[in-house]
Design a protein. Sequence first.
Length: 549
Amino acid sequence: MIDKQSIEALKSSIDIVDVIGSFIELKKAGANYKAPCPFHGEKTPSFVVSPSKQIYHCFGCGAGGDAIKFMMDYEKLNYPEAIEKLASMFNFSLRYTQGSSDYSDIKRVLQNVETWYRKNLEHSTQTKEYLHSRGISQNSIEKFAIGYAPDSQSVINFINSLHIPIPKAIESGVIAKGDNGRVYARLTDRVIFPIYSPNGAIVGFGGRTMSNHPAKYINSPQTKLFNKSRLLYGYHLAKDSIYKQKQIIICEGYLDVIMLHQAGFNTAVATLGTALTSEHLPILRKGEPKIILAYDGDKAGVNAALKASMMLSSGGFDGGVVLFPNGQDPADMIANDATQEVAKLLRDAKPLIPFVLEQIASSYDLNNPRDKESAFNETKSFLNTLSPIFQDSYIPMASTILKISPSMFTSHKHTKQQKEFINKTSDDIAYLSVLKTFMENPTILDEYKEKIDSIIFDKYQSMYEDITNNNLNNPNLTRLSIDVNIKAIDTDELKSTLSAILIKHYNKKLKEIASSNNIPYQEKSFKIRKIRTDIIPRLKKGEIVSINL
């Protein structure tokens, strides 16, 4: 079992924005963060994360809770599993009252194997010569913990020497089992590039063959700790510089990252044998850096840069594209003493949106009307993924590139979000502002709760009753607490808002009484007179009065 004090220490050491931001893309929204809810399909973001309250809540489906609850629901884990995965993600050592966990066993395998790989490099002359031939310094070898994996049996013997069961080594991704039941090492006779989580925990390995193996590069398989679509090589070393410089350079390989760091470009990272995908966006959003895509200038590199640029632009990211000329990559250029040229290429990166517009146009013959129409349709589809302001800003450029009238791009449709804002009533805002004030200021609530009846809050009556009864676990109240559009108000505005709510309530009550056939005449006359000559005049003078009629 996990020690309870250890769990509390973990909770206090993690931030919910970092936790959720490791799985979904969060965007800053005032004091909070927003995203489309990961628990139900939606286009307009209604999932809010509050860093001050360390909770999340979806305004659409009602899902909510703390970082542990998110991990349980998102990763389909039970409570202890969620605790252990969080600890592994953030390199936190849990204490156990008895036993251990799968995560700690896997972590132990990875840590020991990493150290062993590094020691093996010292005895592999061929591997060291290869690294030095690529321009990699001894300092970089140590900084990136580069190692060497020998033959399969040596790896298995080392695992056995740790007295770790083979099934645990298989779970770690270091060992695999063939169809014939024979176990073997996944990485053999390869330069090893350890892969870490953003917080510096070892999670897997990449390996480049030192022989003529047809697979030049191999990564660890997906495990409980390793998901290559959510990780970036070198990020744990680059993140401080990324936050300070507000820039991240994304390249295509391990050696590019190592050589860029060696030359002083300390914000460089790389995808792990996969294209940049939407699963990478959460980590790219952290620190809100400008993103520089540094890709090879061949056809594959251009296509990868185009897809990534479209995705990043649609996500509201700022950045640019560098395509390295003449079949070179950053590692080659730096090794050939062209660091200044690399620096200039990175400084002169083509902005993302212009790059996309030019690449779309270049793939068509604009002198052919049919091709020109296809180019227009593709360009318009791309522009429609951008915010209205960016659309307006880049329509002139698109028109110039395609040699068409800007009016062809014009659209005046309201987005769903805009329509929702337009339809939001002032009454809703008034009710919810008062409730939020009461919820955040219990002393103010004590001052007013004897003077007003819950019925005045109309459809929000039950929320008011839960606040007065201190039942703050109500999902609607959680939702209200993190809604950045609803503000708590000061005492003067609270008094005037409450007066307006009460006047509205009694005017409605007046109509109901006047039109009722079930109230005796004398009682009806008394109530009407009471409202008209007593209650409403007192409310208009600023007195808070609520009388049950």
